[in-house]
Design a protein around this ligand. Structure first.
Ligand code: ZN
Ligand code: ZN
Ligand code: ZN
Length: 339
């Protein structure tokens, strides 16, 4: 019998197929069409991107020239734009509300090598990516118009990536996105009731039970959540309470890079199709809003979602997700995969 499960933080239900759950090779992974040709993110093509906002480069090299390890630039086709003079300007139009589409949309070019992937770069290189997220967040936090910075990655065409070159994206917003608000509200309610952080409780219980845990190290745990929306969904959380990613220390960044890299490698290997195609995925970073970084009830985390199923009418209409792989099974596949 399938099971309905509720997310412990927000009001989100999922339907988990508990019997005959889908195994890694039951999913059809489409080959990514390699477009090839000119790549604006390659070393030597810096002049074809908007000017860099942040870069890690060899000493003595000039901005927007070769010699970099990581670059952050504005998205050429931004979803939102922010100029120094722009104000939020909320307006009503009858019963409808609108405001200026201000915000920022940046691209984090994670590595100069066109072939590089987060699963092939070194831990040191992975740390640079994680550090760049933090750096941009801290910088954008200085502009009072921003309330939230959402970091995300789309990998593979099916997950929404339009360029092959390894990159993640950042959207700075003048509002806190609804899903984050829901998580904050949900965790606030739980805290009011129990005086404990729901994420800390989750981490503690999962580590005790060791059923849905994929990996752990000194500071972080990677686990398949109890009510995952997608097969092989994995969350990475700090083991101790931290509400804002902006506070990540240098030592923690290394532990995070290690567990993140190992998790992505396990996902890639487990879900690799018999023809050698890698599964597309998305990940997002959920952290406290910029103006409210210290929250006793909220706990930052990464959510990684392989793109193996399609969101169809039922999901769209109900907000329910149907997940054909129980997280207990997914965690076991991920733990047992030989790297
Ligand atoms: Zn490239
Ligand atoms: Zn916590
Ligand atoms: Zn979240």
């Amino acid at each position: 019998m399938p099971e309905l499960r509720k997310d412990p933080i927000i009001d989100r239900w999922v339907i988990i197929a508990t019997e005959r759950g889908k195994r890694p090779h039951d999913f059809v992974i489409e080959p990514d069409v390699v477009k090839g040709g000119f790549c604006p993110f390659d070393q030597g093509n810096e002049h074809t991107t908007p000017p860099e906002l942040f870069a890690l480069r060899d000493s003595g090299t000039a901005p927007n020239t070769p010699g970099w390890h990581l670059r952050v630039v504005n998205n050429k086709f931004p979803a939102l734009v922010m100029r120094p003079e722009d104000l939020l300007n909320r307006q009503g139009e009858g019963m409808f509300d609108k405001m200026n589409g201000i915000g920022t949309h940046e691209v984090i070019i994670e590595h100069p090598d066109h072939q590089a992937l987060l699963t092939t770069i070194t831990i040191e290189e992975f740390m640079l990516v994680l550090g760049a997220y933090q750096e941009r967040m801290l910088t954008l936090a200085q502009d009072p118009r921003y309330q939230y910075v959402l970091i995300f990655k789309n990998w593979g065409r099916a997950a929404g990536a339009s360029l092959e070159h390894t990159h993640s994206q950042l959207i700075g917003l003048p509002i806190v996105p609804e899903l984050v608000q829901e998580e904050i509200q949900g965790s606030k309610l739980y805290y009011k009731w129990k005086e404990r952080c729901v994420f800390c409780d989750m981490v503690r219980q999962e580590m005790q039970q060791q059923v849905r845990v994929v990996l752990e190290n000194q500071e972080f745990v990677a686990l398949c959540p109890f009510a995952p929306r997608s097969p092989f969904e994995v969350w990475i959380l700090p083991k101790t309470h931290h509400s804002s990613y902006m506070d990540l220390s240098d030592a923690s960044r290394r532990h995070l890079a290690e567990i993140f890299s190992a998790t992505l490698k396990r996902l890639e290997k487990s879900l690799l199709s018999p023809d050698g195609f890698r599964a597309p995925y998305n990940f997002i970073l959920h952290t406290a809003p910029l103006r409210d970084p210290a929250m006793p009830h909220y706990h930052w985390h990464f959510e990684i979602m392989p793109k193996l199923t399609l969101m169809a009418g039922f999901e769209w209409g109900s907000g329910f997700f149907i997940n054909p792989t129980p997280p207990e099974d997914a965690a076991q596949y991920l733990r047992e995969v030989k790297l």
